[in-house]
Write a protein that binds this ligand. Structure first.
Ligand SMILES: NC(=O)c1ccc[n+]([C@@H]2O[C@H](COP(=O)([O-])OP(=O)(O)OC[C@H]3O[C@@H](n4cnc5c(N)ncnc54)[C@H](O)[C@@H]3O)[C@@H](O)[C@H]2O)c1
Length: 275
């Protein structure tokens, strides 16, 4: 019961790694606030974790600052405190971000390679990325994280809690493997984390990041099989990760066991990228 008596908010907790975090945190005694864009998924997670009846599910779009502020007002009303925030909600692709053309070119390139030819096709993803496709990923992955951190810190200061903030970045934010919108957003999360950790150290609020690698979730299911196969082949542990493996990393950072960790990045990625 490493989170006994704590209130933990997880964004994007309706599916994937966020749901796994909600499950692990609740098992360890936290009252978990499940936040997701999709009410049905949030309610499903709540049904899985709410054995003691002290968890709740709230629907919000993290890229909308007013909706985020309303979530924290509700958390303060219900619990009067917040101890842990995990900024997990994120997207890897958006309409008009050029992925359709990118995959067409990748298929053509792979066909050339399969025929034993020197590939003449270039992937050139950026040329088909429209403004709105770029913006949507930044709005959710970076702006959403900012809105949540701001509200969480306001609440932690108001209630005098030395809390823990955990930001989910990605291996893509370390090594640029992926599209420019996603890699930029996830690299920015690491810079944001270090800055906020310095800013809040004096208050005893810890801020850390996790860089998952290729994880077995819906987000990964949407990438092309060729791309997924090539990815797994380059991971030293030879497999994708399971959501609970990142959830256990988040549990460590959320708990008092990580009391001397701040501004750090833990890379739960099967050795794909070594820090
Ligand atoms: N899956 C991977 O391989 C992988 C690797 C590295 C990092 N990540 C990061 O981990 C996090 C979780 O990824 P996942 O694979 O579990 O994703 P997922 O798609 O399985 O789940 C993401 C959840 O976030 C929610 N969400 C999306 N946009 C939202 C919004 N605007 N407001 C509120 N909720 C929103 C979705 O409804 C969904 O429930 C993301 O930040 C992702 O970038 C994933």
């Amino acid at each position: 019961m490493r989170l006994q008596g704590k209130v933990a908010l997880v964004t994007g907790a309706g599916l994937g790694m966020g749901r796994a975090m909600a499950e692990v945190f609740a098992r360890e005694g936290a009252a978990v606030v499940v936040v997701d864009l999709t009410a049905r998924d949030a309610e499903e997670t709540l049904a899985l974790i709410n054995a003691r009846g002290d968890c709740c599910a709230l629907t919000a779009d993290v890229s909308d600052s007013a909706q985020v502020a309303a979530v924290y007002a509700e958390v303060e009303r219900r619990y009067g405190r917040l101890d842990v925030l995990v900024n997990n909600a994120g997207i890897g692709a958006a309409p008009n971000d050029g992925y359709d053309k990118f995959y067409e070119r990748m298929a053509a390139m792979n066909e050339q390679i399969a025929r034993g030819e020197e590939p003449t096709v270039h992937l050139d993803h950026i040329i088909d990325m429209q403004d709105d496709g770029w913006q949507k990923v930044l709005d959710i992955n970076l702006n959403g994280l900012f809105y949540n951190c701001r509200e969480a810190v306001r609440l932690m200061i108001r209630c005098g809690v030395k809390g823990s903030i955990i930001n989910i970045s990605s291996t893509a934010g370390l090594n640029g493997t992926g599209a420019v919108h996603y890699c930029s957003s996830k690299a920015a999360v690491l810079g944001f984390t270090k800055c906020l950790a310095r800013e809040l150290g004096g208050r005893g609020i810890r801020v850390n990041a996790i860089c998952p690698g290729a994880m077995n979730t819906r987000m990964m299911a949407s990438i092309s099989p060729d791309y997924a196969k090539a990815m797994v082949a380059s991971i030293p542990l030879g497999r994708m990760g399971e959501p609970v493996e990142v959830a256990n990393t988040a549990l460590f950072l959320a708990s008092d066991e990580a009391s001397y960790f701040t501004g750090q990045t833990l890379a739960a990625n099967g050795g794909w990228q070594m820090l």
